[in-house]
Write a protein that binds this ligand. Structure first.
Ligand SMILES: *Cc1c(COP(=O)(O)O)cnc(C)c1O
Ligand SMILES: [Zn+2]
Length: 448
């Protein structure tokens, strides 16, 4: 199946279109772009997706991203023409996206739901240890289409780890811009290990991203989630979750809020599938902020100047956002949380995120540091591994069940975005017996 793709400004009143063969990530009007496809897709594809789970030697069937290639094919290569698409699709030999939702008995008990109703999808099982691989595979595919030899990104750690890993495998240069502090050692280690060019920015992630977007305007290939081709790959997390549920949408999808790439991609996946008629119900999104980094929670719930920030069919109140950011500057308020992956004060995809929440009747909540740490521990007690940012889902679901916003017989999917790359955090947690799930070691004294 051949598809025709183009780029389009997300703001309906602008709607300017661009060819996919461009490095631009912003419309002339300053807003973000979507990848759009001509025509619709038939639900019969779901059985083709399923059949590919027997990959028959094709790594692009093994890949949990490219297995859904018809729905993300911006390359204009025929999705059945292996000889051609295999020259351009980027994959870590089929290893990315091999995830699906799992039952986690102890986590379910902790959040107060029957185990079959609350499932968690551990994206940390991706080759670089986070969901980012879903998007880097498609983002780098687009870069390759354009003949790009160097990609850049700002990162709280996982984007750079993933980009560095894929770039090493593809023989492309990765230049990464990371905050000097507040990066998990395991993520920093990956950037070194995979031989990226590393730039340490004095300041936080928001400042690093500013540097990168400036370079993007000068023509560099930007691999942050402003890259609409990257977000196409991140839609496949939703496809895998839905496939696991026989394409019956759950009631809720819960995920952490960082730069809002996932919120944007997940919303786009749901909007498209709903428009194609593949799903009859739109799951409600829960976007979770860390309390120490709660820009979106604050704006969405009207806690700044009393106005609730909304998509409003593309007429977003830009002034409200800018006033909030200048208030943060004036008061010298910086985002601060142990969940460094979501320590982001100025989510660049905020408008796409608002669109997703509006379409899914979504909500925004926040959780505190202890709740995230307990979440990491309880997920661990089920034999799974996640970092604090990911554990926001567990904490949020627990709170929403208590508040009876989520009902016990609702179906809920939580996206565990990445594995723990700061093992000191969990060692510290377990050796402090005041922690709820602490499991301190028993010390033996050996006498000879
Ligand atoms: C990047 C990242 C996030 C934030 O995701 P966004 O799409 O930017 O909102 C959350 N958790 C982990 C583990 C991450 O690596
Ligand atoms: Zn525009």
């Amino acid at each position: 199946m051949k598809s025709e793709a183009y780029l389009q400004c997300i703001i309906p009143s602008c709607g300017k279109k661009y060819d996919v063969k461009t490095t631009r990530t912003f419309c002339e009007c300053g807003n973000l772009l979507d990848v759009r496809y001509k025509g619709s897709f038939r639900k019969e594809l779901t059985s083709i997706f399923h059949d590919r789970r027997n990959p028959k030697g094709n790594i692009f069937n093994e890949s949990g991203v490219w297995r859904f290639r018809e729905l993300i094919n911006f390359t204009n290569f025929d999705s059945e023409d292996y000889d051609n698409y295999s020259k351009v699709f980027v994959s870590f030999d089929g290893a990315e996206g091999r995830t699906r939702p799992y039952e986690m008995t102890k986590v379910a008990e902790y959040v107060g739901m029957p185990k079959e109703n609350v499932l968690f999808q551990p994206e940390g099982l991706n080759p670089s240890g986070s969901f980012k691989d879903n998007g880097i595979s498609t983002g780098l595919t687009h870069a390759k289409m354009l003949g790009i030899r160097e990609a850049i990104c700002a990162s709280t750690g996982n984007t750079s780890a993933s980009l560095a890993m894929y770039a090493a495998n593809e023989g492309v240069k990765a230049s990464i811009y990371i905050p000097k502090e507040d990066i998990a050692p395991g993520k920093l280690g990956q950037a070194f290990q995979f031989n990226a060019d590393i730039y340490q920015v004095e300041g936080n992630f928001d400042e690093a991203l500013k540097v990168v977007l400036e370079k993007g305007r000068e023509g560099a290939y930007v691999m942050n989630s402003v890259n609409p081709f990257r977000l196409e790959g991140q839609k496949t997390m939703i496809y895998r979750a839905l496939e696991h549920m026989d394409w019956e949408a759950p009631d809720w999808i819960v995920f952490p809020r960082g730069n809002m790439g996932n919120c944007s991609a997940f919303g786009k996946a749901i909007i498209e599938l709903y428009e194609y008629g593949w799903i009859k119900k739109k799951p409600r999104f829960v976007s979770v902020d860390a309390k120490g980094s709660n820009t979106f929670y604050t704006l969405y719930n009207g806690l700044f100047q009393g106005e609730k920030l909304r998509w409003n069919n593309g007429n977003v109140n830009d002034e409200l956002i800018l006033e909030y950011y200048s208030y943060l500057d004036k008061m010298d308020i910086k985002p601060k949380t142990g969940a460094t992956a979501i320590q982001i004060g100025r989510p660049v995809n905020i408008k796409k995120g608002l669109r997703s929440l509006e379409y899914t009747n979504g909500i925004s909540v926040q959780v505190d540091e202890k709740e995230m740490e307990d979440g990491v521990a309880i997920v661990g007690s089920n034999g799974f591994d996640c970092e604090q940012a990911s554990a926001t889902c567990v904490a949020a679901i627990r709170n929403l069940v208590k508040e009876e916003v989520i009902k016990k017989d609702d179906k809920v999917i939580g996206i565990l975005t990445g594995r723990l790359k700061d093992p000191q955090m969990i060692v510290k947690y377990h050796t402090d017996s005041s922690n709820r799930f602490a499991n301190p070691p028993k010390v033996l004294y050996h006498r000879s």
